[in-house]
Design a protein. Structure first.
Length: 407
């Protein structure tokens, strides 16, 4: 596993007096560099030339896509728990180098429900193809999914003011692998499902996916939405209700259970014993739903991803866990993640590299929340990503969605 020999200082945030003199492009370019420049250096996986290439892509293509200055009229930032439209992440696998990823949302224009583009779909039709072209992505599926899931003008008018404001328009993510920038696009299908009168959002989305050309007919499985955070629910979803019985899927669940108490920061005596050997006691632990710190927020429970790839055999499932729901501080979240990596026998856990990298980029006193994801494959072994947003300083940004403040 590669390591970084030198830890660099974080670039300074933009001062409030400077913001008013900047364009949106200039502001976002500096904001992105303040995160990604130290992060790309700290992970130790990218050459100086590769770092420069990825930073240039951010400045040239991502920065202008983030819209106006955060102090100017705009739609609500919805993607992260902090008031920001951009989120970096660290991806760590059992084999291979650590990788940097990032995602960002298409920011809705100003005007809200009464504006000309209340759901940001017109803006997305401009932004998504441009970024796809910039990184050389095939746009066949992208165009098909936009046509399938974006609303008609009549449907837009019908749904004005009827959907929650925290629902994002669409999001993009980029995996950085050496010189390659690989794109993913996330488009919520629920708006179109509601507008169409479908009785099942999942069925509506799956039907649209099956119509993709080419290979759509090969993409079959669906997934129900679940809110419980018990391991029994996680196991059920990760195996698609017991349908995935292959060796890799079962190993994925086995490894996930081994780190489950650490992911939820379980304390001795807080719930059933996770290490019990009797079947009844194991079942009791698996069924236990650990209370969360913050109720009434969309950033709760567990989230899941089912990856369907016509070029790969099998299905890969992934689980997302909000560490901040089970830890009293950002530093405690980092300690939990470090323990998970140690349990997985990962170098970044044993050497302290994970904590060191996070502190290098975000500072020792950060207060922003952490999400993590877990999966397992034969090729990569256990692999995890840590999603760590950064507050936009000096613009009145806040941590939102309920009483988040660590206490």
């Amino acid at each position: 596993m590669a390591t970084a020999d030198t830890i660099i200082a974080q670039p300074q945030a933009v001062k409030e007096t400077q913001i008013a003199k900047m364009t949106g492009h200039q502001f976002w370019a500096q904001y992105l560099r303040s995160i990604m420049e130290p992060l790309l250096q700290a992970v130790g996986s990218y050459t100086p030339e590769e770092q420069a290439l990825h930073l240039q892509f951010l400045v040239d293509h991502v920065a202008p896509s983030l819209g106006p200055l955060p102090t100017e009229p705009r739609g609500q930032y919805t993607m992260t728990y902090v008031d920001a439209p951009f989120e970096p992440s660290l991806n760590l696998t059992s084999s291979g180098k650590a990788k940097v990823r990032y995602e960002f949302e298409v920011v809705k224009p100003a005007g809200g429900d009464d504006g000309p583009d209340p759901f940001g779909e017109k803006r997305a039709r401009e932004v998504l193809p441009l970024l796809a072209k910039a990184c050389g992505a095939d746009t066949k599926w992208l165009n098909s999914l936009m046509d399938a899931f974006f609303l008609t003008p009549a449907e837009t008018d019908m749904l004005r003011g009827k959907l929650p404001s925290f629902m994002p328009c669409s999001m993009m993510a980029f995996d950085l692998d050496a010189t390659k920038t690989m794109m993913k696009v996330y488009i919520p299908g629920i708006r179109k499902a509601i507008a169409s009168g479908s009785s099942s959002t999942n069925a509506f989305i799956l039907n649209a996916v099956r119509k993709l050309e080419p290979f759509g007919e090969k993409l079959g499985p669906g997934l129900d939405i679940v809110a419980d955070n018990s391991f029994a629910v996680a196991r059920d979803v990760m195996t698609l209700g017991g349908r995935l019985t292959d060796e890799t899927s079962l190993k994925r669940v086995e490894v996930l259970r081994s780190v489950w108490p650490l992911l939820r920061n379980e304390q001795p005596g807080q719930g059933p014993d996770p290490h019990a050997t009797a079947a009844a006691d194991r079942d009791a632990y698996d069924a236990w739903e650990k209370p969360e710190r913050i109720a009434g927020t969309p950033f709760s429970g567990l989230q899941y991803n089912v990856e369907l790839n016509p070029s790969k055999a099998g299905i890969e499932t992934k689980c997302y866990i909000p560490l901040f729901q089970h830890n009293a501080s950002a530093q405690e979240s980092e300690a939990s993640m470090e323990k998970v990596l140690q349990k997985l026998d990962h170098e970044w856990g044993h050497s302290g590299k994970y904590r060191q990298t996070v502190e290098t980029v975000f500072g020792k006193d950060r207060v922003t929340p952490t999400f993590v994801s877990f999966s397992y494959s034969k090729q990569k072994g256990a692999y995890m990503s840590a999603y760590i947003p950064k507050i936009i300083e000096n613009v009145g940004s806040e941590i939102k969605a309920g009483d988040f403040e660590y206490f």
